[in-house]
Design a protein around this ligand. Sequence first.
Ligand SMILES: *Cc1c(COP(=O)(O)O)cnc(C)c1O
Length: 396
Amino acid sequence: MTTLQQNYSVDKKGYYGKFGGAYIPEMLYPNVEELQQNYLDIIYQPEFQAEYHALLKDYVGRPTPLFYANRLSEKYQTNVYLKREDLCHTGAHKVNNTIGQILLAKKLGKQKIVAETGAGQHGVATATVCALMGLECIVYMGEIDIKRQAPNVARMKMLGAEVRPATSGSKTLKDATNEAMRHWINNPVDTHYIIGSVVGPHPYPDMVARFQAIISEEIRWQLLEKTGTENPDYVIACVGGGSNAAGAFYHYLDDPSVQLIAAEAGGHGINSGMSAATTFLGKMGVLHGSKSILMQTEDGQVVEPHSISAGLDYPGIGPMHAHLWDSGRAKFFAITDEESLTAGFELSKLEGIIPAIESAHALAVLPYLKAAANETVVINLSGRGDKDLDTYMKYL
Ligand SMILES: *Cc1c(COP(=O)(O)O)cnc(C)c1O
């Protein structure tokens, strides 16, 4: 299936250039080492691959379509294709990763799953696969997020998961992640920790990227079928932690003829003090077990990010993206809340597709791109907008 990439893939120690690694408390070594030593062997076993692909097909609904957006293309005078991750079971790309990790957990002989969640999307994707496989599921979620995201809390409970409030710090995603890690330290033998993006200590960023790589694997043959060539001129994706972008970029990383474009959440603007545009505002630092770019004060305190989209409201990015940014391989845009809303309304009216506000950030790059009439743009539509109707309705 997926071959090791030349320049932009992880090295043996878990680094992408100067970013990555495994900066973890000693108590976590046994868990993380067990994963580091086994993940590649397990996930490339033919039996594992067969099971993973069968579930992607019959449970998730893959391959997701690659849709030529006619009216959007007309408006921007270029050729825009949408990769429809919004049509995955549970409404976003996150399930590609949780399917892979739950199969891995079973191969490692684990009976319990722990996860963190911010807005609840990853919590729901994890609770879903735990129900599917009959594994016990505990999801840590910030106390404030539990109040803000009641429908997803209800979904997780209905799927049989236990939702535990994280009551420390700012009571949001970063605190939920800390508590999920602590839980894993205390339950190393029977529990696997399912991280929801290309973040965390090695091997998580690489492992999650490989599970999401199915996105660009499909784009290649779908585009070939439709246009006669595997390569678009541009691939655009939004970046919170970076998993949907990692998946959409993966098979194009070493082909410089394909321009990789990442849309970060600019919030109210990068100079407003209310932003989540990590590459514009961040510095090198360590967060949740890996060295990357993160938003921090002079003395290294993590800065609270802001974005209208819960999925992009994260003060860091994964190490792969830090390296893509640092090396210039990918170009980064900071898209404001307002620009993303405009793009979300535009796609709804022009194509009859209501995108997640996260995905709308990727769409909002189009006016800046100025792609030529004979060029091809693939936009990864990471999720559907049903969960965001309350937000959209405020601006209708
Ligand atoms: C969680 C989420 C994101 C952001 O996460 P990444 O790891 O950056 O992909 C983007 N879009 C949707 C729909 C999400 O649910």
